[in-house]
Design a protein around this ligand. Structure first.
Ligand SMILES: N[C@@H](CCC(=O)N[C@@H](CS)C(=O)NCC(=O)O)C(=O)O
Length: 239
């Protein structure tokens, strides 16, 4: 009998906890593949101590230094303990190939997509970080602000209008990508990890931003983004 896999995700003060884009990606994959799993919620400020104590491998910062990150996946069926959302997706695909998320050998292409999409959405992220700090416990908000300031120096939020312009531009580019497919998914008629990456970013905005801010994103490109999120959540059986 199959044992439930264990996904480490990050606590928040929002009802239902979930808010963070990277741990959402393996959650969507596990659910899409119909794999049994449980979620262990880690306080953001406890990530280093908690991940070290379970023996997880650290991740790498952009400058090459070590940092403990969530998501981490433990698969008691194989003993695997995997750090990093993309490596978890890759592991799950290899170990549980039914209902592929990298159909037709698309893993190399989707890895490139993941990296392109991250670069597209990173520039305006610092205004989003300010909102993240608002939904964490005080200790975690402090830790989060310190951790993120390494990449996006404070003060955050002062360039808010500029960030919104950048965010809209990023979505216009992603919209052009989606216009090149003749189905509703990046790969046409089949959902892939590429759509999960986009949907999990959108979920992050939806969970962390103010209602009117999410409404603003939803209104871009003819309502494309609320639709993508709803389509992926439905296909992954998360609604
Ligand atoms: N590339 C990693 C990034 C994971 C990541 O940055 N996780 C954040 C939370 S979303 C984290 O754990 N940060 C810990 C820190 O910055 O100290 C992945 O996709 O899993």
């Amino acid at each position: 009998m199959m044992l439930p896999l264990v996904l480490y995700d990050i606590l928040s003060e929002l009802p239902g906890n979930n808010w963070s884009a990277n741990p959402a990606k393996p959650r969507f994959v596990l659910s899409y593949k119909d794999l049994p799993f449980v979620t262990l919620w880690v306080e953001y400020s406890d990530i280093p101590i908690a991940m070290k104590s379970i023996g997880a491998k650290p991740n790498k910062r952009q400058d090459g230094s070590d940092v403990y990150t969530v998501p981490v996946l433990n698969d008691p069926n194989t003993g695997a303990l995997i750090t990093d959302s993309l490596e978890i997706a890759s592991y799950l695909e290899k170990t549980y190939p039914e209902k592929p998320i990298f159909p037709n050998n698309s893993e190399p292409m989707i890895r490139a997509f993941d990296s392109a999409y991250e670069s597209l959405t990173r520039p305006p992220a610092k205004s989003m970080y300010a909102r993240c700090a608002e939904i964490l416990s005080p200790a975690s908000a402090k830790f989060f602000i310190e951790a993120r300031s390494r990449y996006a120096p404070l003060p955050w939020g002062v360039t808010y209008d500029e960030d919104w312009e950048l965010l809209e531009k990023a979505h216009n580019t992603a919209y052009e990508w989606y216009q090149k497919t003749d189905g509703k998914w990046v790969m046409g008629d089949t959902l892939s990890y590429a759509d999960i990456v986009v949907a999990c970013h959108l979920l992050w905005y939806k969970r962390v931003l103010k209602e009117d801010e999410w409404a603003r994103i939803s209104s871009w490109n003819g309502g494309k983004w609320a639709q993508v999120l709803a389509d992926v959540e439905k296909e992954c059986k998360l609604v």
